[in-house]
Write a protein that binds this ligand. Structure first.
Ligand code: FES
Length: 144
């Protein structure tokens, strides 16, 4: 076949294709804010926080976003954000409980609500331990 025998694309069909592409791009660019408006949320990427182990004899380590606890058998972490109004909670080592300084909600070390205006438990985060060749814990990785 010779190229000269093929029909040339008319200006009208070219402009039609370009306008379809532009309409598609406009649709895609409008879809994101529309989905956001409708409540569709993209889950945030997980954050991995590494805490060097083993923990001190007190058995806990407080970071900005979580409190990490560990005993001989297990390790766990709970959020430091109070479920009442969002204040940062503190671990009271002498009382073995977590307390919110704003309105004195109290939680167990596993995040279970004990008392206070808060109505929900503190969220917990998964913890993985890393060990050396002797089985000693070298780090705790908390997934937020
Ligand atoms: S914000 Fe924690 S008890 Fe109110």
């Amino acid at each position: 076949m010779c190229k000269q025998n093929q029909p040339k694309e008319s200006r009208r069909s070219f402009l039609g294709r370009v306008s379809k592409w532009l309409a598609g791009l406009a649709g895609i660019s409008l879809a994101y804010p529309l989905l956001r408006f409708l409540g569709f949320t993209i889950p945030p990427k997980p954050r991995y926080i590494t805490v060097t182990g083993p923990l001190p004899a007190s058995g806990f380590h407080a970071e900005r976003d979580f409190i990490l606890f560990a005993d001989n058998d297990s390790s766990w972490s709970v959020s430091r954000t109070c479920t009442h109004l969002g204040c940062r909670v503190h671990y009271l080592e002498d009382k073995h409980l977590i307390e919110c300084p704003c309105h004195q909600s109290r939680f167990k070390t596993d995040g279970t609500l004990i008392s206070g205006p808060a109505r929900k438990n503190l969220p917990s985060y998964p913890v993985e331990t890393q060990t050396d060749e002797n089985g000693q814990i070298t780090a705790y990785v908390v997934t937020l």
